[in-house]
Design a protein around this ligand. Structure first.
Ligand code: GLA
Length: 385
């Protein structure tokens, strides 16, 4: 990390005339369980991972905010602080612009500034690269303005940027964990009221493997929004505010369409699994947690229809391997990543077997890496930790 920061500062000096005023970081995430529940007012249980977006910033001139990224060489962007901030091109800059617009709306006086980003969260790979870019932007802008904002409000501003500037109608999970993650802890978030409980997730006997299918998904293509709408119409027909308020008995006697019933069945059962999962983790009962992971995957595959054959293959293969407690897709789906919870000493064997099988089946390799629960967004300038 020190090396990455040093390199970023060097590149910042090559690009901009201003000195460095601060460094911020914001992590990506994997969700242990509680998928597609956040926009139904349910519970989620993500961890922040040890991959993040870094940003170095310094004072700018002429009422301008300049944006550049090591991952988007030659595609620099800027906006004028005296004009309405609008989305446009390049596309990647819509995330920082959206955050800026949200901060302005909250009365933050954004300073003219130069920002350079660098991310090691795979872009578009289902590990919340965009949420980490949003949160890093917010922390840099707040640092430069010498302002602080409540964690949950910050997450909401970043979520709104994603809705309004990137066109993804996401829930609050990704932004919330990027802001509020704690090292060694999973975050149980009640997406109805923002209540947070940190659950220990640091057993050295455990390993959490992330398997990146390398199949890219695009949550703006309508599949995500369609699921959301089906959940809301199901809740309306059930006469409840959100599916959080429904239960299995209610689903037994309704006039829901087939799809609405499938979506609702997933959400209701997934919320229950998430709370059971928290109990299992607290008891160190990984076998039970693993069973809940498999059940979550099956429900996402069959009832929510957001898995794909690459993810299904990884989960099916993992279930055959020694030392594996459980596996499931993580995040929005339609590609992206799977996670495998396993006994630490088996990590290498599992990674090898998964990669070999995946390459043989699909003709290209997946990427497997171990991760751990890392801390949330950090800012050198305003003392967040
Ligand atoms: C995406 C969204 C999240 C959440 C997950 C599914 O990652 O950004 O808000 O809905 O999908 O759990």
């Amino acid at each position: 990390m020190t090396e990455r920061i040093a390199n970023l500062k060097k590149r910042f000096a090559e690009l901009y005339a201003s000195p460095v005023a601060g460094v911020v970081s914001a992590p990506g995430r994997v969700n242990l369980i509680g998928e597609h529940t956040d926009y139904n007012d349910g519970f989620v249980l993500p961890i922040a991972i040890d991959r993040c977006t870094l940003a170095v910033y310094g004072p700018g001139e002429n009422r301008r905010v300049n944006l550049a990224s090591l991952q988007q060489e030659g595609d620099n962007a800027w906006f004028d602080l005296d004009a309405t901030i609008e989305k446009g091109s390049p596309k990647w800059a819509n995330y920082p612009k959206g955050v800026a617009a949200g901060l302005v709306e909250k009365g933050v006086e954004i300073a003219p500034m130069n920002i350079l980003f660098d991310s090691d969260v795979p872009i578009g790979g289902g590990l919340s690269s965009s949420a980490s870019l949003e949160v890093a932007t917010a922390l840099a802008m707040l640092g430069a303005a010498d302002r602080e904002i409540d964690d949950y409000e910050l997450a909401l501003i970043c979520q709104k940027a994603e809705h309004d500037f990137a066109g993804t109608p996401c829930g609050i999970m990704d932004q919330a964990i990027s802001v509020m993650g704690q090292a060694g802890k999973a975050l149980l978030l009640d997406c109805r009221d923002g209540a947070v409980t940190h659950i220990p997730f640091d057993d050295p006997g455990l390993v959490l493997l992330v398997v990146d299918t390398k199949v890219k998904h695009d949550l703006t293509d309508g599949g995500y929004a369609a699921r959301r709408d089906q959940c809301y119409s199901a809740a309306a027909k059930l006469g409840v505010k959100m599916l959080r308020d429904a239960d299995a008995d209610m689903l037994a006697s309704t006039d829901l369409s087939d799809k609405e019933l499938m979506r609702a069945r997933h959400v209701v059962s997934e919320i229950a699994r998430t709370l059971q999962g928290v109990d299992a983790l607290n008891d160190g009962d990984y076998a039970t947690f693993g069973k809940l992971m498999y059940a979550s995957h099956k429900s996402l595959r069959d009832d929510y229809e957001v898995s794909c054959e690459e993810l299904d293959e990884i989960v099916a293969q993992a279930a055959q391997l020694e030392g594996v407690y459980g596996a499931r897709m993580t995040g929005g789906g339609f590609g992206g990543c799977a996670i495998i919870l396993a006994q630490a000493p088996q990590a290498d064997n599992i990674a090898e077997a998964i990669t070999k099988n995946y390459t043989a089946r699909f003709g290209f390799p997946c990427v497997v890496f171990a991760t751990r629960a890392a801390g949330g967004g950090q800012s050198e300038t305003n003392g967040r930790s």
